[in-house]
Ligand binder design. Structure first.
Ligand SMILES: Cc1cc2nc3c(=O)[nH]c(=O)nc-3n(C[C@H](O)[C@H](O)[C@H](O)COP(=O)(O)OP(=O)(O)OC[C@H]3O[C@@H](n4cnc5c(N)ncnc54)[C@H](O)[C@@H]3O)c2cc1C
Length: 378
C-alpha cells in the first residue's frame, strides 16, 4: 500500500517515457528542454538501460552501399533518401547534444568489404553518389581496393573495398552515460528496476502500472501522455505492434599489437560488421545464418554464429595474427517489414517510437525528438 507521501510525490507526472535506451533518453531530454515546467518520469525495467543501446557496436553510420541498394529496392528512392537524411541529422544532433569528447566520437571513416560475389556493387557507386548528393553535397562512396593490403586483410577473401569518409565511430558506454547524466541534471525523474506491465487510458489520463523488483512493489502512475520506447520488448505491452526481435552477437578480441586498420567496416548488407576498438577488434553480426533462432528477446550466445565470427577473424580480418576473445555479449534489436521506425500515436495519448533496426545510434535522437514533439502537442 502506498503512503500519503508516496501517492503525492511519486505517482503523478505530466509525461512518462517507458524505456531508458537512446530513444527514451533522447525523448525525455527533448520533452524537458521544450517544456521545463512539465514533469517527466522515465521508467526503465533494468537497473541501467538493458536493451540495444548499451550493447551495440558504436558505428555512427547511415548505410553501406549494399544496404542502401537494398533499401532502394524495398522503399524506393525517396524512402531511402529520407532514412539517410534522418540518420545523418540524428547523428549531428547527438553530437551537438553531448559533445564529441563525451561520446568518444572518432572520424576514421567507414568501409564496405566486398567478397568476390559482391564486386558488382562497385559499379553502383556512381549512381548512389548522385542520389546522395542533396544530403552530403560531396561524393560519399569511393572505391578503395588498394587499402585491402595495407589493412592486412586476406586478399583472397576481401576482393574489393569501398570507403566512406562521412562514417565515424563512438564509445557506446560513454555516450549512454552522458545521456543518462544529462537526463538526471535536467530534472527528469528516473526510476530503474521499474518494469511497466500495462499502460491504458482510464478516462482521466493514462494509467501506467509499474512492477518493482520485489513481489509487493507495484504502483500505478497517472500521466497526461506516454511515449513507448521499449523497442524489441514492445510486444509484451502491445502485442499488435508489427515488429520482431533480432538478436545480435558481438565479440571483442585481445589487443592486437600494431593493428593495421582504424575505422568501421561492413560486410554482406550489414549482416557482419567490425571496427577497431583502440587496438582491439570488435566483430559482430551473423544473425542471418540462423534467422529463426535469432528472432528472440532472450539474451544468449549462438555457438554456430560465434564459430563463423571467429572464422572470419582468423581468415579474413586478422590472418596470421594470434588473438583471443576477451569479451562477448548479445543485444536485441527490433525489425519490421522495412527499415522505417514505427513512430505513431498508437492509441490516444500513447505514442510509440520503436523498431529502430540496426542503426538506432544514428536515428535514435531524431526519433526521440519527433516523439517529444508529438507528446508536447506540436
Ligand atoms: C549487437 C548490436 C549491435 C548494434 N550496432 C549498432 C551500431 O553500430 N550502430 C547503430 O546505429 N546501431 C546499432 N545497433 C542498433 C541500436 O543499438 C538500436 O537501434 C538502438 O539502441 C535502439 O534504441 P532504443 O532506445 O529504441 O531501444 P533499447 O536500447 O533496446 O531500449 C529499450 C529499453 O526499454 C527497456 N524496457 C523494455 N521493456 C520495458 C518495460 N516494460 N518497462 C520499462 N522498461 C522497459 C529496456 O530495458 C531498454 O533499456 C546495434 C544493436 C545491437 C543489438
Amino acid at each position: 500500500m502506498l503512503s500519503y507521501w508516496e501517492k503525492e510525490s511519486f505517482t503523478h507526472f505530466d509525461h512518462a517515457i517507458i524505456g531508458g535506451g537512446i530513444v527514451g533518453l533522447s525523448a525525455a531530454l527533448s520533452l524537458k528542454t521544450a517544456n521545463p515546467e512539465k514533469s517527466v518520469v522515465l521508467l526503465e525495467k533494468g537497473l541501467r538501460p538493458t536493451g540495444a543501446s548499451t550493447k551495440n557496436a558504436g558505428f555512427a553510420c547511415f548505410g553501406s552501399p549494399s544496404e542502401l541498394l537494398e533499401d532502394l529496392e524495398n522503399i524506393g528512392e525517396d524512402g531511402m533518401l529520407k532514412l539517410v537524411e534522418q540518420r545523418w541529422t540524428g547523428l549531428q544532433r547527438l553530437r551537438s547534444r553531448i559533445g564529441d569528447e563525451n561520446m568518444g566520437f572518432e572520424n576514421f571513416g567507414g568501409y564496405e568489404v566486398l567478397e568476390k560475389k559482391d564486386l558488382w556493387y562497385l559499379d553502383k557507386l556512381e549512381m548512389l553518389n548522385k542520389l546522395l548528393q542533396p544530403v552530403f553535397s560531396k561524393k560519399v562512396f569511393h572505391p578503395a581496393n588498394e587499402r585491402i593490403k595495407d589493412f592486412g586483410f586476406n586478399k583472397d577473401l576481401a576482393a574489393g573495398m569501398v570507403f566512406n569518409p562521412f562514417e565515424s565511430q563512438i564509445n557506446t558506454g560513454k555516450t549512454m552515460r552522458s545521456l543518462w547524466d544529462m537526463a538526471l541534471s535536467a530534472g527528469i525523474h528516473i526510476l530503474t528496476g521499474a518494469e511497466v506491465t500495462s499502460c491504458e487510458d482510464d478516462g482521466e489520463g493514462i494509467r501506467i502500472t509499474v512492477r518493482g523488483s520485489s513481489i509487493n512493489d507495484e504502483m500505478n502512475l497517472k500521466v497526461r501522455n506516454t511515449g513507448i520506447c521499449t523497442n524489441a520488448f514492445t510486444r509484451k505491452l502491445f502485442p499488435e505492434i508489427p515488429l520482431s526481435p533480432g538478436r545480435g552477437q558481438v565479440l571483442v578480441t585481445s589487443p592486437v599489437p600494431n593493428l593495421k586498420f582504424r575505422g568501421t567496416f561492413h560486410m554482406e548488407r550489414g549482416f557482419y560488421y567490425f571496427r577497431n576498438l583502440g587496438d582491439r577488434v570488435l566483430f559482430g553480426g551473423g544473425r542471418h545464418l540462423q534467422m529463426d533462432e535469432e528472432t528472440t528477446t532472450e539474451f544468449g550466445e549462438n555457438p554456430v554464429i560465434r564459430e563463423k565470427l571467429e572464422q572470419y577473424l582468423r581468415e579474413l580480418i586478422l590472418p596470421g595474427i594470434s588473438w583471443s576473445i576477451d569479451h562477448s555479449w548479445s543485444g536485441i534489436m527490433a525489425f519490421g517489414e522495412n527499415k522505417k521506425p514505427y513512430i505513431k500515436e498508437h492509441k490516444p495519448n500513447i505514442y510509440t517510437g520503436v523498431r529502430l533496426g540496426g542503426m538506432g545510434v544514428a536515428i535514435g535522437t531524431h526519433i526521440g525528438e519527433k516523439l517529444a514533439d508529438m507528446m508536447s502537442g506540436e
